[in-house]
Design a protein around this ligand. Structure first.
Ligand code: NDP
Length: 281
């Protein structure tokens, strides 16, 4: 039996449709500002997609495209202005930034109330402590939404997260833990990746290594969420070897059309949540 494919595009569209109808009745509109420094092609594509989603849903949208040689000081000034702008409820600076800009300074400069990427330590700290908060980390929250559509209950399940980055691996592990999974985090120094994965009812792959995880490494019937986005011969491919994994997994996300659309939808959800939290103040 082959795995059921989890359709991220369809799920993301239904979330965006729900947001669109909720936003139609709101005044003022929630506002999202996206800042892009430089001309990295992948970042440009992501920013364009965020702008498109934002307009489609009915947000007030601002995109600031700055040249690669923008100084850290000028970027910080722009962030301060957007932090103070009452039309803006969500603010994100697209990463990675050019080498002369200190990313951690930029992350700290964004008002935590507007930090819709959930990168500021106030928000990651709240996630760590399980405190109530308006925003969730977009990609990990998207992974959870995808898992939930399978109907597989998370409580008591063994989950393996491959990758320990601040953006994906660590927060994904925390969300699984909050949903009562028993969680193992793997990374490049893990002694026997296959042995860890073979025990997992749920696998979230976020290593950025094409085809790292094959069907032979999976437990039969596992829920497999592929965050990886790798370019191989110009083609977008995940960290999971889809053909072999599909024969063993119970549910699997495709690349493209799996986690990516959910990451974008969660950003929109965070913007609406941040808006509501700011209006309540
Ligand atoms: P990072 O490069 O920051 O982290 C990669 C992690 O994978 C590291 O913790 C690294 O371990 C681990 N790793 C690397 N190689 C191996 C290996 N052979 N075995 C086990 N673990 C390994 O990447 P990100 O977390 O930012 O992103 C991960 C992937 O997800 C990328 O392909 C990225 O493009 C994609 N992505 C997709 C998104 C989407 O919306 N679809 C959003 C964000 C990211 P160590 O710490 O030891 O170096």
């Amino acid at each position: 039996m082959t795995a059921q494919i989890i359709d991220g595009k369809k799920l993301a569209q239904s979330i965006k449709d729900r947001l669109k109808s909720e936003i139609a009745g709101l005044a003022p509109k929630p506002g999202l500002a996206v800042v892009l420094v430089g001309d990295d092609p992948a970042s440009r594509t992501y920013v364009n997609a965020k702008e498109k989603d934002s307009r489609e849903i009915g947000f007030y949208s601002e995109v600031r495209r700055l040249p690669k040689n923008t100084s850290e000081e000028n970027l910080l000034e722009l962030i301060t202005g957007l932090n103070q702008n009452p039309q803006i409820h969500g603010l994100l600076v697209q990463l990675p930034l050019p080498g002369h800009i200190d990313e951690s300074k930029i992350i700290l400069a964004v008002d935590p109330a507007k930090d819709v990427d959930c990168f500021h330590p106030v928000n990651t700290g709240a996630l760590f402590s399980g405190l109530p908060r308006a925003v969730l980390p977009c990609t990990p929250a998207g992974c959870l939404e995808l898992i939930k559509t399978t109907g597989v209950s998370l409580s008591g399940k063994k989950a393996v997260v491959v990758g320990r980055s601040n953006i994906v691996g660590k927060p994904a592990a925390l969300l699984l833990l909050q949903n009562n999974c028993t969680v193992t985090i793997c990374h490049s120094r893990t002694a026997d990746l296959a042995a860890e994965i073979r025990q997992a009812d749920i696998v979230i792959a976020a290593a950025g290594k094409a085809g790292l995880i094959t069907g032979a490494m999976l437990k039969k019937g596992a829920v497999v969420i592929d965050v990886g986005t790798n370019r191989v011969d110009g083609k977008l491919t995940g960290d999971i070897d889809f053909a072999s994994a599909q024969e063993i997994a119970g549910f699997i996300t495709p690349v493209p059309g799996g986690v990516g659309p959910l990451t974008r939808a969660m950003l929109m959800q965070n913007t609406l949540n941040a808006y509501k939290a700011q209006l309540q103040k």
